[in-house]
Design a protein around this ligand. Structure first.
Ligand code: OAD
Length: 235
């Protein structure tokens, strides 16, 4: 296992209270995705979109990393090979749990993006239409630095380069519904890479994986990490 590429989704942060998107009580069962997670929704009602992300940002600021985030940080320190951590999550719980160099393909709640000039910077507090971009001085163009539907996820070239060099691909706490991330497992399989799914339960994508570790992330992820570090076979 020279190079482990890990993809995480909302399930890894669920036990930290961040909520998921498509589970029974998931975010997309309560709010309309087109209203709060598309550029068109933001153009239609920016105040509502800011309110939505202000609430999520406040939640992300107070959430604590759990045993799954910490186990992945330990893996990156203790594994003799390379570990690449790609997340679809916009929270910063991997970093809070001790991981470095996390690739946030869907952006970050605690960052801002200027829709006018493209400047990106750290943003911890509430955001609104009155805010000004520090780079171009425009007002009303500041938005959360999260990737919305219809926009290109970040760092795709880097992620495919890492996948092409992987010896193990692991998807943790993701339903495999959103592309391009949902396609990473097929990309890995095509290259003969061993694939492992770590999830609370089987998903629609389970058949694409060679091995499965089931259970809540705070238990299944530490189990996965200890199997890798002890070079145990996966079931
Ligand atoms: P989903 O809500 O689609 O899927 C969450 C997955 O986590 C499901 O497969 C659950 O079975 C699993 N899960 C739930 N609780 C768990 C736990 N305690 N331990 C382990 N697994 C658990 O979330 P994502 O797949 O991350 O994108 O969603 C992908 C993208 O869709 C998100 O990044 C977001 C969303 O729309 C954007 O907003 C662009």
């Amino acid at each position: 296992m020279d190079h482990i590429v890990i993809l995480t989704g909302a399930g890894i942060s669920a036990e930290s209270g961040m909520g998921t998107f498509r589970d029974k009580d998931g975010l997309w069962t309560k709010v309309n995705l087109e209203d709060v997670a598309t550029p068109e929704g933001f153009a239609r009602n920016p105040e509502m979109v800011h309110d939505f992300y202000n609430q999520r940002r406040a939640g992300a600021r107070t959430a604590k990393p759990n045993a799954a985030h910490e186990a992945l940080a330990a893996l990156s320190h203790e594994h003799p090979g390379k570990v690449t951590l790609v997340t679809q999550n916009v929270d910063n719980l991997h970093e809070a749990g001790g991981s470095q160099g996390v690739i946030h393909m869907h952006g970050e709640l605690l960052r801002a993006l200027c829709a006018g000039c493209g400047h990106q910077w750290l943003w911890l507090d509430d955001m609104g239409l009155e805010d000004t971009c520090p780079a171009c001085d425009a007002t009303g163009t500041v938005r959360p630095d999260v990737v919305w539907f219809g926009e290109m996820p970040y760092h795709m070239e880097r992620i495919y380069a890492e996948l092409s060099d992987a010896s193990l691909f692991v998807a943790i706490g993701t339903s495999g519904n959103v592309y391009p991330a949902a396609g990473f497992v097929s990309e890995a399989r095509m290259r003969g890479v061993t694939t492992v799914e770590v999830n609370l339960e089987r998903t629609e994508a389970s058949r694409l994986f060679d091995h499965h570790i089931l259970g809540p992330a705070t238990q299944s992820v530490p189990r996965f990490v200890s199997q890798v570090l002890r070079a145990e076979e996966f079931q």
